[in-house]
Design a protein around this ligand. Structure first.
Ligand code: S3P
Length: 175
């Protein structure tokens, strides 16, 4: 079984994905980490030196490889859904879960984050609002399940995901 998480940067894909994988006893992979291993530097540095479109090329290759790999939980980068090929690949190869957060919620979490190149701008909240406008329909199109992240703790979110997967018959019901 393969699960993938999509959503805005800071929606909790890696944190939730890691715990979800632990609960299901599956390996966890983070596409951003796989990309950083390949490029040998941080994504932020790579954006600065090579630009966003070079990054998107590598991202597509990495998503293709990871989508074709064995069972596990994959946390994808927030912009992975921008390319139709990635959306199709994720949707066909995995049960895709959209962690849906509002731009305001993400802003609260990422205020002090220096790692995400797209948010190193004067008005990150405005940037997040426009990313949300553009991407919310793409995340929905890619995902089989949507979870509103809101206030719950990580373990509550993981339980909500497990419940949806059980109800849909993706995983067996727990006793
Ligand atoms: C990006 C999100 C990042 C990373 C890159 C671009 C985006 O991943 O892939 O900085 O376009 O939203 P996270 O969603 O894990 O922050």
């Amino acid at each position: 079984m393969r699960l993938a998480l999509v959503g805005l940067p800071g929606s909790g894909k890696s944190t939730v994905g890691r715990q979800l994988a632990r609960r299901l006893n599956l390996p966890f992979t983070d596409s951003d980490q796989a990309i950083e291993q390949r490029i040998g530097c941080s994504i932020r540095d790579y954006f600065e030196s090579h630009g966003e479109s070079a990054f998107r090329e590598i991202e597509e290759t990495v998503i293709r490889e990871l989508a074709g790999a064995g069972p596990g939980v994959l946390a994808s980068g927030g912009g992975a859904v921008l390319r139709p090929a990635n959306r199709e690949r994720l949707r066909e190869s995995a049960h895709v879960i959209y962690l849906r957060s509002t731009p305001e919620e993400v802003f609260r979490r990422l205020r002090h984050d220096g790692k995400r190149p797209l948010l190193q701008v004067e008005d990150p909240l405005a940037r997040l609002r426009s990313l949300y406008e553009e991407r919310d329909p793409l995340y929905r199109e890619t995902a089989h399940f949507t979870i509103e992240t809101g206030r719950p703790s990580v373990s509550t979110l993981v339980n909500m995901i497990l419940m949806q997967l059980e109800l849909a018959g993706v995983i067996p019901a727990r006793p």
